[in-house]
Write a protein that binds this ligand. Structure first.
Ligand code: TYD
Length: 142
């Protein structure tokens, strides 16, 4: 069963030049999954929050390529807050972790790399359903 300790901050490659820096990310190499989808959150009003869901199977990597925000992680037992504010740190999120994104700085951009195409049936959008689902999966695994 995944826990907040499985959510790791990955060091991404940095190519630093006077004319600007580059951070390349290759699926299966710099992130522990093949990348099927990329999306980004932007135009988020400063100080606001979003998220509030978990995924049944989806694996993700989140990067603050501009500005900063906090990711509040919850595995049903433990909560952990991770602040992202650099384009060369990626937060790896395994499946079945409840997450909320908070404290967006104005102009922040969050890039998300995901292991699967978008599928609404993959989301768990109610916290009580998340706890229930997580317990039922734990019983199946045992
Ligand atoms: P959602 O993931 O719920 O964003 P948040 O929880 O941060 O508010 O997505 C918001 C809407 O965007 C939802 O109606 C589904 C749609 N969406 C897509 O169509 N494709 C995608 O890849 C994503 C991430 C969202």
């Amino acid at each position: 069963m995944t826990t907040v300790n499985d959510c790791r901050l990955l060091d991404l490659p940095r190519i630093v030049r006077e004319e600007g820096s580059i951070t390349p990310i290759e699926g299966g190499k710099h992130v522990p999954f093949e990348i099927a989808r990329v999306y980004y959150l932007y135009d988020v009003p400063g100080g606001s929050s979003r998220g509030g869901h978990a995924h049944k199977q989806l694996l993700q990597l989140m990067v603050a390529v501009m500005g900063s925000f906090d990711v509040v992680l919850d595995d049903g037992y433990t909560r952990r807050r991770v602040s992202l504010n650099r384009g060369y740190y990626g937060l790896y999120l395994p499946n079945l972790i409840w997450r909320e994104l908070e404290n967006f700085s104005s102009g922040a951009i969050c890039v998300v790399l995901a292991s699967q195409p978008y599928q609404e049936s993959e989301y768990i959008r109610e916290y009580s359903n998340f706890i229930h689902y997580k317990k039922s999966v734990a019983q199946t695994v045992r």
